[in-house]
Structure formats: structure tokens, C-alpha cells
Design a binder for this molecule. Sequence first.
Ligand SMILES: Cc1cc2nc3c(=O)[nH]c(=O)nc-3n(C[C@H](O)[C@H](O)[C@H](O)COP(=O)(O)OP(=O)(O)OC[C@H]3O[C@@H](n4cnc5c(N)ncnc54)[C@H](O)[C@@H]3O)c2cc1C
Length: 402
Amino acid sequence: MEIFDYLILGAGPAGLTFANLLREKMPEASFLVLEKETQAGGLCRSADVDGSPLDIAGGHFLDVRRPEVNRFLFGFMPEEEWNLFERDSRIDMGTYETGHPFEANIWQMPQEEQVKYLKSIALAGCNLGTPRPEKFVEWVTWKLGDRIAKAYMLPYNAKMFGADLEALGTYWLDKLPDVSFEETLLSCLNRRPYGTQFYYPKKYGYGELWRRMGESLGDRILYRKKAAGLDPETKTVTCEDGSRFRASCIVTTIPWKSVQRYENCRPDIPEKIGRLRSTGTEIRYVPKHLDTKAHWIYVPDPEISYHRILVRHNFCIGSKGYWVETNLDRVTGSHEGIAFRNETTYPLNTVDKPGIMADILSYMEQRQIYGLGRWGEHQHYNSDAVVERAMRLFERIALQRA
Ligand SMILES: Cc1cc2nc3c(=O)[nH]c(=O)nc-3n(C[C@H](O)[C@H](O)[C@H](O)COP(=O)(O)OP(=O)(O)OC[C@H]3O[C@@H](n4cnc5c(N)ncnc54)[C@H](O)[C@@H]3O)c2cc1C
């Protein structure tokens, strides 16, 4: 069995970034990427549907707020190949639509509604100085007041996370926009939206960027190689087809649970891995025109199965139709048409997760096995955050070992 310097599990944004940094900056290092699918890109892949690209695990947009990351990514797909958009995301409240995030767009409502919402926020726990709750469902009312909680945040998140909503903690909420009460008041007085920008490729889907990153690795990616066993003591990976690979260092970006067998491993580690939770999402294409300028629309109504509509023709110029995103547990019956089923899309931030992950990562790191990215760290990271995490891990382990 050939022994590599690095074995990288998974060719999503995290694995692709780490592998390309090795290729660019350490040409003498031997490495191999193992990927279970036939294509690179992970959750960021796109497919051609009805003549235009569709992001098969849900709408993906490149954030503008990490310039170092964007410079690196533009090395694979130059900035001229991207359109820059001013984000227009909305919430469908049934009888009216408002901008997202809700608390920054109250100014769009009739004045008497604004007063009711502002009063409710003023009475929220965070503005009255009561202690911050540890469970997400209680935190929502504490942070945003009972009106936004009941009208949008709780029904929307119940659709996204299903029964798991009750199990979520609050330590991950830096992911959500943090709009203070003062900023909410100012937006009502100034009648000004809260905007941010994003990139989407001009001619392709988001997946094209990652496809090119995979291509640049040539035969150093093996496709259809599903890691099924891991021996942390010998750093050996066994794939479903029986092939085995060994390395001095392993970077794993795949869900810890997707490995069925942990051999020679402290017994509490597989047990802890078994307690990690995640949800899945179905992406369904609808070949109809939606008359709106929004890029995407959040749908909190519990009677409607999907939670988000992606209005493709507003960010993928020249395309038709739209797609909807639904938690797999809410998908019922058989539907006609084109759909993509993704089993693991959102790592769940349950109350016990930080302790579980700290134990797994420290045990593995002592054996030069590093968890990286959305699944390796079991964190709700976006792709730009994952690329940044890969850059920092590369500096910490690869450059230091050289
Ligand atoms: C609905 C949705 C919308 C999103 N929107 C955005 C957005 O607008 N902007 C943004 O930047 N990010 C967005 N994200 C987040 C983005 O998808 C992730 O940050 C990114 O894909 C994480 O990259 P990763 O490499 O860590 O994981 P992944 O992309 O999941 O890659 C993991 C790879 O491992 C492979 N793998 C899994 N198991 C095995 C195995 N046993 N053996 C071998 N290979 C295996 C998978 O096939 C995959 O290729 C969104 C995510 C979702 C679900």
C-alpha cells in the first residue's frame, strides 16, 4: 500500500481548497483526495436543468465579505466571470411580503404594524436585560420579541429543522444577522433597507467554480471512492470497494457518521459520532415563471411544505423557472418532475454538540487526523467560511510540517 503525506476525504469546497493549496505551495508533498461522487463540489455542485444551471443542494451565492478567500477563488474562476448582485431576499407572510432579515425591514409595513412590532422588540428579554436562554426556541423570543418569533422565526425554523428545533442550542447564532433594537428603530425612521452583496457566475451555476478546482487536481482525486472504514492508529482508510489508503496525515471533510467502521478507536469516539445529528433537503425544479424581482423568498407558512423559493431567472440571467427547498422529513408523496435528494445538508447545533465535537477533534488530532469544514467540524459554515478554515488549517499543519 502506497503511503501518502496527506489523504483528504471529500472533494467539496473544504477538501478542494486544502488539496489545491498543497498542489500550489508544496509541490513536493504527495497527496490523494477520495470522493464518493463522480464529480467535485460537494453541496456546491450544479446540474443543467431545463437549459440552465441549477444548484442541486440548494441556492448557493458567494459572499463578498472575505476578500482573501475571493482572491483565491478568482484564481480558478476570474471575477469577470461573475455577476455582482445587491441582495433582494424576502419573506412571504401570506398577505404581504417583507424584506429579510425581518427586524431590519419592519419599515416596509403600514405604520400601525410597525408600532406593534417595535413595541414587542422593546419588551424582548435582551432589551430588558434578562439572562440569555440556552435553547434556540426560547432565545428567539428573548432576542426578537414575541411578534417576530410567532409570525416568522419559529414557524420558519420549525420547517427547516423539524422536530429537531427543540434540541438546538444558541452558541451558533453568530450565523444569523445581528440587528440591534437601535438599528431597527433607525431603519424605520430612515425607511432604508439592510442590504448586502453576493456573486453568482454569469454563464454557469455555482458548481462550475468547484468543478474547475477539482479539474486542476488531475489524477490526484479518485472519484467513486466512498470511505467506509477508518483506523486512526495506522491512519488507514478503507473504501466501500475494498481499496485501502494510508497517509502520515488525514484531513477529513466528510460527515463523521458516513464512515461505518472506526477500527482500533477509543470506544467512546464512535458512540459520540453516533450522537451527531443533521438534516437533509430536497431541491425540486418548477418550470413556471414567478413574477418577482426577489432572488429568493423565505416561506414560513406551515401549510406549505417547502421553506424557500429560489427565483433562478433573477440571478442566473436568461434562465427559466424556479426551484423550492424542502426539509426531507416534510417531503410527502411522489411528485412529477426533476428533484435532487440530499441526505446531509444542515449539521444540527444541538445543545450537546460542542462537547461531543471537542472530544472527537482532540482525539483525532493527537493522531494527525484533522476534521475540516461543514462536516469535519460539524459547523453550519458557508462555503467562503470553509475555504478560510482550509487556509488556516493548511498554515497550521502543512506549512509547519514542511
Ligand atoms: C441549502 C443550502 C444553501 C447554502 N447556501 C450557501 C450560500 O449561499 N453560500 C455559501 O457560501 N454556502 C452556502 N451553503 C453552504 C455550503 O454548501 C457549504 O459551506 C459547503 O458546501 C461546505 O463544504 P465542505 O467541503 O465542508 O462540505 P461538502 O460540500 O458537503 O463536501 C463534502 C464532500 O465529501 C463527500 N463525501 C461524503 N461522504 C463521503 C465518504 N464516506 N467518502 C468519500 N467522500 C464523501 C461528499 O460527496 C462531498 O463531495 C449552503 C448549504 C445548503 C445546504
